[in-house]
Design a protein around this ligand. Structure first.
Ligand code: Q9C
Ligand code: ZN
Length: 336
């Protein structure tokens, strides 16, 4: 399968994250990408599609913030990575605040997503990698894999979180839609709910979003991904959330997958953007499903049987030593 990865994505390298009240090494580390890269052969570098497809999804003020945040942090004489300590929550409205601490809270929803010196570059090239894979599909490839990192599905139009800064899958889906390749559906099979992707498309009826994920009653991101979130306004009925309990194994997972695939098919999708997280793996250090390495090929093949042109966008997966093998197994389920 044709695959893409850009070495500039490795410039994003936060030192640590706030995890359960303690500083821990950053789980979304650059070695994740190296491990996958080495397992899938020689991915091609990204082409540069510029800012327009990113600006089609993200707000201009958010992008300006993200680009300048680390420099502003340093200008305030802070060390290491930029991270928020206060959030507006119910007072979230468009204010033009200057202080870096005010801006960090305005544009984020958690404290596990620091902005390091290379974050903008890494996120930019991760988005370009997604666009390059999508473009290969538009040009006729049945399937293409974007080794995106940092991941994207927790990032909304104007916020970062969950190790995500630019929503690679949303950028690719919107690009496909704008190119007339639709109707476009997004299927998210990361362990965590893709709250950012849902937020971006939930009021739109022209892009379908389906997600299978750990029940937000027990798992991050808690406030999104409940089964009663089905879309709003023009998008009523075009969001599908299937929360699954901790401990979910392959049989129950495949039953949920069949439900999601049937809905995508019935809706009339012509192109699929697949947010793929390997953090459903039994050995994942921050997740709690029981999907085994050999199961990933079964899941991939089941999605491939939908028969749609598919851009596969890498999301999470934190068992670094097993990651490349799990991803390769998943990709093996798809035809070239
Ligand atoms: N104590 C992705 O898989 N941190 N993001 C949770 C739990 C956030 C995962 C901390 C996990 C985000 C793309
Ligand atoms: Zn995840």
């Amino acid at each position: 399968m044709i695959s893409f990865f850009d070495e500039r994505q490795l410039r994003h390298a936060p030192l640590r994250e706030l995890h359960n009240g303690a500083w821990t090494p950053y789980a979304e580390c650059a070695d994740r990408a190296r491990n996958i890269r080495d397992a899938i052969g020689t991915p091609a570098p990204a082409r540069d599609f510029g800012m327009a497809p990113i600006e089609a999804v993200h707000d201009a003020d958010y992008l300006a913030f993200l680009k300048g945040a680390h420099a502003a942090w340093r200008a305030a004489l802070r060390e290491d990575d930029a991270i928020a300590y206060t959030w507006p929550v119910v007072r979230r409205r468009k204010l033009s605040l200057e202080r870096i601490d005010a801006r960090l809270g305005q544009y984020s929803f958690d404290a596990s997503t620091p902005i390091a010196e290379g974050t903008w570059d890494g996120a930019y090239w991760s988005a370009q990698t997604a666009l390059t894979a999508l473009d290969a599909v538009l040009a006729g490839a049945r399937t293409a894999f974007a080794l995106c990192r940092p991941p994207g599905h927790h990032a909304g139009a104007d916020y970062l979180g969950g190790y995500c800064y630019l929503n690679n899958a949303a950028i690719a889906a919107q690009h496909a839609h704008a190119a007339g390749a639709g109707p476009v559906a997004i299927l998210d099979v990361d362990y965590h709910h893709g709250n950012g992707t849902q937020d971006i498309f939930e009021a739109r009826g022209d892009i379908f979003f389906a997600s299978i994920h750990a029940d937000p009653v027990t798992d991050y991101p808690f406030y999104w991904g409940h089964a009663d979130e089905t879309g709003s306004g023009d998008g009523a009925g075009t969001t599908l959330n299937i929360p699954m309990p901790r401990g979910t194994r392959i049989d129950a997972y495949l039953a949920a997958l069949d439900t999601a695939l049937a809905r995508i098919n019935d809706w009339g999708a012509r192109l699929l953007v697949l947010s793929f997280g390997a953090d459903t793996f039994s050995g994942d250090p921050i997740s709690h499903f029981a999907i085994e390495t050999e199961d990933f090929a079964t899941i991939g093949a089941r999605i491939a049987a939908l028969g749609l042109p598919t851009a596969i966008i890498m999301e999470g997966g934190y068992a670094v030593g097993d990651l490349g093998g799990n991803v390769a197994r998943f990709l093996s389920g798809f035809p070239d």
